[in-house]
Write a new protein. Structure first.
Length: 428
């Protein structure tokens, strides 16, 4: 069996990450090249400058190609921004023969697309949540089953045509073909969530630099997707103002503070200290030495002030997420809790804040599922990046938005097998 090359580019507000993987048979995708480059021309997940964004994307991809020792002609790309919205809809068709086939699935999916989408928007994902054959619900793979009526309950994610076209222009301008546009939250879900969490009910937050992607699952199926235009960059600005630092220095402190806190543990004051001595000891415990960061004119910062600033901003962002979910009519049924991933998930105290705001357990989601050169892309900051490869692995030449095969092959039996595998992988 020939090897398959899958490439993905995660286009974030603070960094562009490119990864190239090879798939050999049924083994896990093996990363052979990866690189990151600071974002340019991108704000809150949306492209604001074509040339800057194109150069940043090309730089990241070139680095990954050099490491892999090959060039790629097509990629999966992530898409994000406040323009992302979702809804759920059903499609119903009469089964042509007594036995359901691949064409019946496609027709049902096409019917689900009839939900009213404004002319200025385009569907990027049409994800089947479950199939219903006559009155039998919860069907994952209806192909081959006997029935007269096929119904699909689908989750639809759409984006503005402007944002989508600008993204396509950037990718195509550097000579690449787009295999698929993938919502960042859906991409991250491929690699950080477990089947049990999806079945029980879970909220996934991809807490990035300029945006926070929101994705919820219940009974193994995605139920809601959106994006909040706030992220780690807002925390950086607050730190710059509160600690009187430049934005670059505030970002440096934010990135390195966890390591500094671990190397400088808080020493407890002794019980026999007098009141004045206790105040002095408390003051010393509050000091965090940041001299190794080479920030001009600043050697120490207040732990308490840092934690307070981070807590207030992160809490505000999470409360906005909660309010957004409630306005959308989403009921909190999250036995599996909240999973926070993305670069800002590594901020101190993030899980504690999530537990307080949402009232459920919380954990930081670390990507998994790839092998090879993954040491530099194993942190939560690369969840969406790794997810693009796993998405590409199960895409099998189909687009969930188009629902029609994009290959020119005429092998009907082979096509049916691919269709079945495609829909099986879409439904958790």
């Amino acid at each position: 069996m020939s090897n398959r090359i899958i490439a993905g580019i995660d286009i974030g507000s603070t960094k562009i990450s490119a990864v190239i993987a090879v798939v050999e048979g049924d083994s896990k995708p093996r990363v052979i090249g990866e690189a990151s480059y600071p974002s340019g021309g991108i704000k809150k997940g949306e492209i604001t400058g074509i040339d800057e964004a194109m150069n940043a994307i090309a730089s990241a991809l070139s680095g990954a190609e050099r490491m892999a020792g090959l060039t790629v002609s097509s990629v999966y790309v992530s898409l994000n921004g406040k323009h992302i919205i979702s809804n759920n809809n059903r499609g119903v068709v009469a089964v042509a023969d007594s036995e359901i086939n691949a064409d019946d699935l496609f027709r049902a999916m096409e019917q689900a697309k009839t939900v009213a989408i404004p002319p200025a928007r385009e569907i990027i994902h049409l994800i089947p949540r479950e199939f219903i054959v006559d009155s039998q619900t919860g069907v994952k793979d209806p192909v081959g089953m006997t029935g007269t009526r096929l119904e699909v309950d689908a989750h639809i994610i759409s984006a503005t045509s402007t944002a989508l076209h600008n993204l396509c222009k950037c990718i195509q301008s550097i000579g690449l073909r787009i295999d698929g546009e993938v919502f960042t939250g859906w991409s991250a879900a491929q690699t950080v969530l477990t089947p049990t969490e999806k079945e029980l009910g879970v909220l996934l937050l991809d807490f990035g630099g300029g945006t926070t992607s929101v994705t919820t699952f219940e009974e193994g199926a995605v139920t809601y997707s959106t994006s909040i235009p706030l992220g780690g960059a807002n925390v950086t600005r607050d730190l710059a103002a509160g600690l009187r630092l430049s934005l670059d220095d505030a970002e440096k402190v934010k990135i390195n503070v966890e390591k500094l806190m671990k190397s400088q543990p808080v020493k407890e004051a002794k019980d026999d200290k007098k009141e004045e001595g206790e105040k002095d000891a408390e003051s010393k415990r509050d000091i965090l030495d940041v001299s190794e960061l080479d920030i001009e004119g600043v050697k120490t910062i207040s732990r308490k002030m840092f934690n307070l600033i981070v807590e207030e901003r992160v809490k505000e962002i999470f409360e906005l997420v909660r309010e957004n979910l409630m306005q959308a009519g989403y009921q909190f049924k999250l036995p599996a809790g909240v999973v926070v991933t993305g670069g800002s998930a590594e901020l101190p105290g993030v899980t504690a804040i999530a537990r307080e705001v949402f009232g459920v357990p919380a954990r930081v989601g670390t990507p998994r599922g790839l092998e090879g050169l993954v040491d530099d892309i194993s942190s939560p900051a690369y969840a969406a990046t790794q997810g693009l490869i796993l998405y590409g692995l199960t895409d099998e030449g189909f687009s969930a938005a188009r629902t029609k095969p994009v290959t020119g092959k005429k092998d009907v039996a082979g096509m049916a097998d691919k269709v079945t595998k495609f829909f099986k992988n879409l439904i958790p």
